[in-house]
Write a protein of this length. Structure first.
Length: 185
């Protein structure tokens, strides 16, 4: 699959089989992420691969965050606990901004987002379906603590991957022309 085809055919898709993904496939996704551009070659990304019962630990942290935010309904808390089990593999991607005085913190996060795009495209090219989840719990101090990130570090999101149960839907995008300005002089 060439890059343009991967970009145009990749979809956020969560309907996946409960079938394990080989470590060799996951490693290809992680390696692709590590090839994202980063200013001053800081490579600020951090990866946390959750599989099997390891996903339960993420569910427990999500529950703690929900309770801290006032959730008490046992059924809702159970749903929160089950979120990491929506796919057989969850990769949390974090960023630890560099101490390099030339590095701009915003650019460190930009490198992390580019890393995530590389990972999503690679997973798609390897036959996996996936989606990128964020939301308030992602940025909670308890989440940062769970993954051992520093005060400056941040979790950028959770990438859920698995083999699709059915074909991915066609995508649509607005044309680029209305949001493009050509400056030639």
């Amino acid at each position: 699959m060439d890059v343009l085809e991967a970009i145009k055919s990749r979809r956020s898709f969560g309907l996946v089989k409960d079938e394990s993904v080989p470590n060799s496939v996951i490693e290809q996704i992680l390696e692709a992420g590590s090839w994202a551009p980063s200013h001053y070659r800081t490579e600020p990304w951090r990866f946390f691969v959750l599989m099997g019962d390891g996903r339960k630990k993420l569910g427990e942290v999500l529950c703690k965050i929900a309770k801290k935010n006032g959730e008490t309904d046992p059924q809702k808390l159970q749903k929160v606990m089950e979120k990491p089990f929506r796919a057989p593999v969850v990769i949390a991607v974090g960023v630890e901004p560099s101490d390099n005085p030339k590095a701009i913190e915003l650019e460190e996060y930009g490198a992390g987002f580019a890393c995530i795009q590389n990972m999503l495209l690679t997973a798609h090219s390897l036959g996996l379906a996936g989606f990128w989840r964020t939301g308030k719990p992602t940025y909670a101090p308890l989440m940062k603590e769970f993954f051992g990130l520093s005060e400056k570090g941040e979790v950028l999101g959770f990438l859920y991957f698995g083999y699709p149960k059915k074909a991915l839907p066609e995508g649509k995008r607005k044309p680029f022309q209305p949001v493009t300005k050509w400056i030639k002089e």
